[in-house]
Write a protein that binds this ligand. Structure first.
Ligand code: NAD
Length: 304
């Protein structure tokens, strides 16, 4: 059934997510620090999204509020304290669904604060990227009480194809997201290396990709998002690595994984190496390129 909702953070991902909630019939009050981002969502919402002039203004009357911010830093700024979202909910039991990729520990802290303020906060980061956001095909990984997950699930269904409850502990969704992206980085870097070696052995990249994708080396990076230009049409490698999932964001996620590993004294050797490689690429001016650009980086080093 249709609800009154709030949505904060209308960037590459959030704009499409808020629009899909409105298209599903919900009334959505939206806020972003960018007025242009607000106006674009309101214009594309079939009259069901309306302008809020501050973050807190989305809260009154909303049964649930979704946030999709860059990182934990902005999440803490917006939620916490006497002038934050949690206080603005005035003990009305508002459900806050945070889809930002952030730190599990920060989510836990905010969930405690929410409880004290008479609100509920769960984490629900996403996988899928901007195309999946636009087409309501995201995967949500959620942490928090099952009862809160069950209330969130129909709203998440308007923005995604699958929602998975990762644990009763708030932050469990972020934990799963960090593991997924660490594996994605490792498999992408490995795919780039294999494709580059194959090229130097005289193999045709299309032919090698066909072999990998019919063999045990197959992965999302080789099959759906191949890093060699021309192998898969329409992915960032085929448009000089522009758009997509930026090296800077992958580095942020790998650092979250490394911090979580250090806090829990877990060895993540490949994750650590991947973190160093993305750090190096960002330092070489590739921060705003897609994360599959390691293939080009390797070629450029080879040709020096
Ligand atoms: P983005 O930078 O495009 O969007 C963030 C939005 O938040 C911007 O519009 C910004 O103006 C707004 N914002 C920042 N501070 C604010 C504040 N204090 N109050 C209100 N609005 C504020 O980022 P994105 O690509 O949409 O990603 C959002 C989150 O989703 C990140 O944590 C990212 O890691 C994660 N994510 C991104 C992708 C992807 O492919 N882009 C995929 C999965 C997950």
């Amino acid at each position: 059934s249709a609800s009154q909702l709030g949505f904060i953070g209308l960037g590459n991902m959030g704009a499409s997510m808020a629009t899909n909630l409105a298209k599903a019939g919900h009334q959505v009050r939206v806020f972003d620090v960018s007025r242009a981002a607000i106006d674009a969502v309101v214009a594309g919402s079939e009259g069901r999204a309306s302008v809020a002039s501050s973050a807190n203004e989305v809260v009154p009357g909303a049964s649930a509020v979704v946030t999709m911010l860059p990182s934990s830093k902005e999440v803490t700024q917006i939620y916490s304290g006497s002038d934050g979202l949690l206080a603005a909910s005035k003990g009305n039991g508002t459900l806050f669904i945070d889809s930002t990729t952030g730190e599990p520990g920060v989510c836990e802290k905010i969930a405690e604060e929410a409880q004290q303020a008479g609100a509920v906060y769960i984490d629900a980061p996403v996988s899928g990227g901007v195309v999946a956001a636009k087409n309501a095909q995201l995967t949500f990984m959620c942490g928090g009480p099952k009862s809160a997950f069950d209330i969130a699930a129909p709203l998440l269904a308007a923005m995604g194809k699958k929602s998975i409850h990762c644990g009763d502990k708030v932050g469990s969704g972020e934990a799963a997201k960090i593991c997924n992206n660490m594996l994605l980085a490792v498999s992408m870097l490995g795919t780039c290396e294999a494709m580059a070696l194959g090229k130097h052995l005289g193999l045709n990249p299309n032919n090698l990709a066909e072999v990998l994708n019919a063999s045990s080396g197959r992965c999302w990076s080789s099959e759906v998002y191949n890093p060699v230009p021309g192998v898969v049409p329409g992915v960032p490698s085929s448009r000089d690595y522009d758009g997509g999932f930026l090296c800077a964001l992958m580095l942020k996620d790998l650092r979250l994984a490394q911090a979580a590993a250090a806090q829990n004294q877990v060895s993540t050797v490949m994750g650590g190496l991947a973190c160093q490689i993305y750090s190096l690429m960002c330092a070489h001016g590739l921060a705003a390129k897609d994360f599959s650009v390691f293939y080009k980086f390797l070629q450029d080093q080879q040709n020096k």
